[in-house]
Design a protein around this ligand. Structure first.
Ligand code: SF4
Length: 378
């Protein structure tokens, strides 16, 4: 988000006293008008709100909190579920909640603290990583910062991207992924790096962005940002996730794939993951309350899958995956495509194989680092 948009977005900025000397707090004090800033002793002064209604959830996106985090920053990706094929992926959480507003966002079922939060103590997070690296230095770890918040949209306040690029120069065997729906790359894109920062975009056709991904960068802005990252030597990746069924889905996804395949060569894109729309049944009423029945999400027909989430019928998922796979492969056989959080049956129906047996996905699904981490962290 630009400074102007940040000022438009956040009505209240809460800063914990012990975070005042952090770079993020200094930046927030520069950006926001004084009458919106509230200095608090501790975030425990602010109330949790479980089961937020539509109004409370909408309000939560207008409150920004800068506070230090006392727990563990580094975790295994929580996507792992019995019956699903999961990749070797870890997350580094440097904040929580998001000021953008996708109708399907899973945070609607997760957030019970009504503040978009930036953890101000990034140095503690990096010290935690340094400790882990002593035990796991020979492992090829893949780490992402965009699990419970967007990796880059608030970077003009947190200023974390530049610090992370520097830190990961010392960890050439590890890979860090910035995952975003913003086009906010300016704080790190001109920096020297050692090729292990993947910048990735969740992509959907412009029609879906306009209807369902409110307050995010448009498709053109995301792809242009990806081109600049590519030009500066950063590997880029795309997540076609969630793939959303709608009347003109073939035409719209085909058009977007054409754009990707004419702007990028397969060797410039580290991977492209595909995931069909899925969400917890408990968030359905909030989505209806917030986005009404005009949203493509609230209108859809879903079935409960083995992990408890609602998904499209398996045949429809397979049809969409097969269509998207074949569209990419028609442009070039070398696109590195894989399915995210899908079962063996859908892998077989789409790729006619499972990832641990496919050359270009084998390493992503090697679970050695995950097993070692479970041992060292227990
Ligand atoms: S950008 Fe991601 S985290 Fe933010 S609202 Fe959309 S889905 Fe949720």
């Amino acid at each position: 988000m630009t400074e102007k948009n940040l000022i438009k977005q956040f009505k209240n900025i809460y800063i914990e006293e012990n975070s005042l000397s952090s770079n993020s707090a200094k930046r927030a004090l520069q950006i926001f008008p004084k009458d919106r800033i509230h200095i608090i002793k501790d975030k425990s002064e602010l109330k949790n709100l479980s089961n937020m209604n539509a109004e409370q959830f909408n309000e939560s996106k207008k409150n920004l909190l800068l506070s230090s985090f006392k727990g563990k920053f580094f975790k295994r990706c929580p996507g792992v579920r019995p019956g699903l094929i999961c990749c070797n992926y870890f997350v580094l959480n440097l904040g929580q909640h998001c000021e953008m507003d996708c109708s399907y966002c899973y945070l609607q079922n997760l957030i019970n603290f009504p503040f978009v939060t930036i953890y101000t103590n990034i140095e503690d997070a990096l010290n935690e990583l340094t400790e882990i690296s002593k035990e796991m230095k020979d492992q090829k770890l893949r780490i992402g910062t965009g699990e419970i918040t967007d990796s880059l949209s608030l970077d003009d306040i947190s200023l974390y991207s530049a610090r992370l690029v520097d830190y990961f120069k010392e960890k050439p065997d590890w890979t860090l992924e910035f995952k975003t729906k913003s086009a906010n790359i300016k704080n790190f894109v001109y920096k020297e790096h050692c090729g292990n920062i993947i910048v990735s975009w969740s992509l959907n056709p412009q029609h879906i962005i306009e209807k369902e991904e409110h307050n995010t960068a448009n498709l053109k802005e995301r792809l242009n940002a990806a081109r600049l990252c590519r030009d500066k030597g950063f590997p880029v990746a795309f997540h076609l996730d969630p793939v959303i069924y709608h009347k003109e889905w073939k035409e719209n996804y085909s058009d977007m794939i054409h754009k990707i395949c004419t702007l990028f060569k397969p060797e410039e894109v580290s991977h492209i993951s595909l995931g069909a729309l899925r969400f917890q049944p408990e968030q359905r009423h909030l989505m209806r309350e917030r986005f009404g029945m005009n949203s493509l999400i609230t209108k859809g027909e879903y079935f409960k899958s083995s992990d408890g989430k609602l998904r499209y019928d398996s045949n429809l998922r397979q049809e969409m995956f097969r269509f998207i796979f074949s569209q990419f492969k028609d442009y070039h056989s070398k696109w590195n495509l894989f399915l995210c959080m899908e079962n063996k049956e859908n892998w077989m129906a789409t790729a006619n194989n499972i990832p641990s047996r496919i050359d270009h996905t084998k390493s992503l699904f090697d679970l050695k680092p995950v097993r070692l981490f479970s041992r060292v962290s227990s």
